[in-house]
Design a protein around this ligand. Structure first.
Ligand SMILES: Nc1nc2c(ncn2[C@@H]2O[C@H](COP(=O)(O)OP(=O)(O)OP(=O)(O)O)[C@@H](O)[C@H]2O)c(=O)[nH]1
Ligand SMILES: [Mg+2]
Length: 213
């Protein structure tokens, strides 16, 4: 009886200890061009000095899942270790002709479209492995679309804690309220990944969401 008590006591202390040290897999998901890599880069840069991937105004810049391990976020005296996972933008339709508008050559556009399609498959494949997902949306765009609804629906079905980021609040067209209205059951944080606006609130929300794991 007494032995049992001590056994459980130490077990709980140890599991608590290891739980805090465990890497939390933090995925960045969303449609193309929303600013997933910009946000992931900012976090990685702040806490490791290195970036995770390249950013571009041409959609589908990230076409394979990118990782950065052991990113220790130290915020207001609290620390958590994350494995950052930046994913390719999810789209229902990828057309090489869309890239021609950005003055890309036909051959390169076709290659980009093919890689982007595979990227979507990989992003979805990795979803099951995530502990927490940050859904990054462009707050200047209409949030009511199939991609957003599908991503969030998938996360709900898998019981993965979700945090919604309304990015690009530096732009005049930005409308956080519209995103909040579209997904009222989730916490939405308005930020500018590009200019580093409101990241304090974002870190606070990430910690809160990660505690649900
Ligand atoms: N004005 C503004 N532009 C931003 C912001 N964040 C990202 N951008 C721009 O949006 C474009 C896309 O940014 P990325 O970070 O590559 O977007 P992504 O979601 O990773 O895109 P994919 O890899 O294609 O899925 C780039 O031109 C960025 O500079 C922001 O907060 N404000
Ligand atoms: Mg990207």
């Amino acid at each position: 009886m007494v032995m049992g008590f001590f056994k459980n006591f130490f077990k709980s202390i140890f599991s608590g200890f290891f739980k805090d040290k465990k890497e939390i897999k933090l995925g960045f998901y969303g449609p193309p061009n929303a600013g997933k890599t910009s946000l992931a880069n900012r976090i990685c840069k702040d806490f490791t000095g290195e970036e995770i991937g390249s950013v571009s105004k041409i959609p589908h810049e990230t076409r394979s899942v990118q990782f950065k391990e052991k990113v220790e976020i130290d915020f207001k005296g609290k620390k958590m270790i994350f494995k950052m996972v930046d994913t390719p933008g999810i789209a229902t339709r990828i057309d090489y002709e869309d890239f021609l508008k950005f003055k890309m050559k036909k051959k390169d556009s076709k290659k980009r479209a093919k890689e982007a399609t595979q990227g979507v498959v990989d992003a979805i494949k990795w979803l099951d492995d995530m502990d927490v997902v940050v859904v990054v949306l462009d707050s200047t765009e209409n949030p009511y679309n199939q991609v957003n609804i599908t991503i969030i629906g998938n996360l709900v079905a898998r019981k993965i804690p979700v945090l919604i980021v309304a990015n690009k609040i530096d732009l005049k067209k930005s409308d956080i309220k519209k995103i909040e209205a579209a997904f009222p059951e989730y916490e939405t944080i308005g930020i500018s990944a590009k200019y580093g606006k409101n990241l304090e609130d974002f870190y606070e929300a990430v910690f809160r969401t990660a505690k649900k794991v």
